[in-house]
Write a protein that binds this ligand. Structure first.
Ligand code: PEP
Ligand code: MG
Length: 581
């Protein structure tokens, strides 16, 4: 009997394939006391498990090197070193000699090492906590004889659907696309970074399934529909046939939209818009440039460092940024400085924080680590010789952060000048408006920055106090809440009064109803995932800006998000003459 699991649509596309169930978590370990005479046998079991874990790691390392390259494979070197560390081994053996079962000895010793690393004042050690956990999982898997589901170890040509509790961006970029054709997670929402990255990679995805990993056994075949947010488990022949028809229709729609690439984004009453692309990885640049986007409205540079043990140096960053700028041949390219931390990657030795979303991240971390920040700024100023680069600062709450960043930008330019390296020192500096503080006090930034870009993913999260990545809260993540609409309206008003460019680069801009609302609120620049550019263009070309403005005015006076949504939906349906989600 087939059945359907419903989650949150994260990245469109219909894929049929076998389930690859990945439970990458520390297994439960029995607390066993062994008699003295059994200690030599326990030690032998321990050494055998470590040897098997090492063999596995070496083969995974070789596979990663073949598929992802030497940089990515280097991650596994760290784990191999931990596995062979004499001090760690002596501690585990010591616990076994005190009559603990080998599994419990590994578990306790690794837990203690994790604590030491987490509390270390050295960033290098704090960065390694994830590797310690991986090693712990690998050795315990071998000791307990559990099935070994290595995340990057699926045979080529399998076209499997990866089902897991949660995925980190670093794991996602390591996935072999010839083995994994779609992903499904228990956790996550439409605006969590795994969803954003899946869309960038064109990997169909459903997130927020809550309990898919416990409802599936790993033996099933499923159809994943990323646009509808469903997994159809063990589908009947009739269901598979119906999905094939749907997939064909979707492909036709993509083809029709592609024809819009060269059309102008102008509303029916003649208001021109600027539509830009969000680019998350430099390799996407060329394809994004063909989407009909007028430049890049947001390049998320933090994805350059995912899955790596160290930050990329100035030259490597320069090449990555220049590639994107070159692909867009003179059109504006807004590059955001590293927004690491929180839900993103823990690079640079992030301390473990009880409140990472409110923590030491993004511009805060960059200003506290000026050498790291200046390396990026120098690479950006060099890339600016290739075209129209604009630098954008994330998670800003006060204009002092802008002033400090500008001072570091000037220092970076002076360093390049002293080295005689070609660069530009007149690069426009802008801020993301993605905290309520920045939106409420947006006028304080007016004399200091060249542009605003509203990051609605975080603006909604921080305004409504709703974790953007928490599937349990997904229904409460309501971008049309009056508080959010008023903050956006205020930002636009201040921008217009001060002649400052203002855009929206959060996911809100990609959805037809929201795009209609944003145009109504006066926005004329939207930046969306490259593959969504044609669909947003179609909306722009099908509506009147004046009618959107009228609907937005009424939505601003609504008491609730639901009421605002009703007002906007009615107006949009009237515009398009049909029902639109
Ligand atoms: C946002 O917060 O809306 C945004 C565009 O940035 P990110 O999604 O990378 O946090
Ligand atoms: Mg953000």
């Amino acid at each position: 009997m087939s059945f359907v699991l419903r989650g949150i649509p994260a990245s469109p596309g219909i894929v049929t394939g076998p389930v690859h169930l990945l439970r990458w978590e520390v297994p439960d370990v029995p607390h066993r006391i062994v008699p003295d005479e059994a200690i030599p046998r326990e030690l032998a079991r321990l050494h055998d498990a470590i040897a098997r874990a090492r063999d596995r790691l070496e083969s995974v390392r070789a596979r990663a090197e073949r598929h992802a390259g030497a940089e990515e494979a280097a991650i596994f070197d760290v784990q191999l070193t931990i596995l062979q560390d004499a001090e760690i081994l002596t501690e585990i053996e010591g616990l076994v000699r005190q009559n603990l079962g080998a599994e419990k000895a590994v578990d306790l010793a690794m837990l203690e090492w994790r604590r030491r690393f987490e509390r270390s004042p050295h960033a290098m050690l704090r960065e390694r906590v994830g590797d310690l956990v991986d090693v712990q999982i690998r050795v315990l898997t071998a000791l307990l004889g559990l099935p070994d589901h290595d995340p990057v170890d699926v045979p080529k040509g399998t076209c499997a659907v990866l089902v897991t509790h949660d995925l980190t961006p670093s794991l996602t970029v390591q996935l072999d696309r010839e083995a994994i054709s779609a992903i499904a997670t228990d956790a996550g929402t439409n605006t969590s970074h795994i969803a954003i990255l899946a869309r960038s990679l064109g990997l169909p995805a459903v997130v927020g399934l809550r309990d898919a990993t416990s409802r599936l056994t790993g033996t099933e075949t499923i159809v994943l529909d990323g646009g509808a947010g469903t997994l159809t488990v063990d589908p009947t022949d009739a269901e598979v046939a119906a999905f094939q028809v749907r997939a064909q229709l979707e492909a036709q729609e993509v083809e029709e939209l592609r024809l819009l690439a060269s059309a102008e984004p102008v509303t029916l009453d003649g208001e021109p818009l600027v539509l830009r692309a969000n680019v998350d990885l430099p390799e996407e640049a060329e394809q994004a440039a063909n989407s009909g986007a007028d430049g890049v409205g947001l390049m998320r540079t933090e994805f350059l460092v995912v899955g790596r043990a160290t930050m990329p140096d100035e030259d490597e960053q320069y090449r990555a940024y220049a590639r994107v700028v070159d692909a867009f041949g003179g059109h504006p390219v807004v590059i955001r400085t590293f927004d690491v931390g929180g839900d993103k990657l823990p690079v640079g030795g992030f301390p473990v924080e009880p409140n990472p979303f409110l923590g030491w991240r993004a511009i805060r971390m960059c200003l506290d680590e000026p050498e790291l920040f200046k390396t990026q700024l120098r690479a950006l100023l060099r890339a600016a010789t290739h075209g129209d680069v604009r630098i954008m600062l994330p998670l800003v709450v006060t204009v002092e952060e802008v002033r400090e960043a500008r001072a570091l930008m000037e220092e970076s330019a002076a360093e390049l000048r002293a080295r005689g390296v070609p660069h530009r020192d007149d690069v426009a500096l802008g801020v993301m408006i993605e905290t309520p503080a920045a939106a409420v006090s947006v006028d304080t930034f007016a004399g200091e920055v060249a542009f605003f870009s509203i990051g609605t993913n975080d603006l909604v999260q921080y305004t409504l106090a709703v974790d953007r990545g928490n599937a349990l809260l997904a229904p409460r993540f309501t971008p049309l809440h009056p508080a959010v609409l008023r903050l956006i309206a205020r930002t636009v008003e201040v921008a217009h009064d001060n002649n400052i460019e203002v855009a929206v680069c959060g996911e809100m801009a990609s959805q037809p109803l929201m795009a209609f609302a944003l145009i109504g609120l006066g926005l004329r620049q939207l930046s969306v995932a490259a593959r969504n550019v044609p669909a947003v263009k179609r909306i722009v070309r099908g509506i009147h800006a004046s009618r959107a403005a009228d609907a937005a005015r009424r939505a601003l006076r609504a008491g609730t998000a639901a009421e605002a949504e009703r007002i906007l939906l009615e107006a949009l349906e009237r515009e398009l003459g049909r029902v639109t989600a």
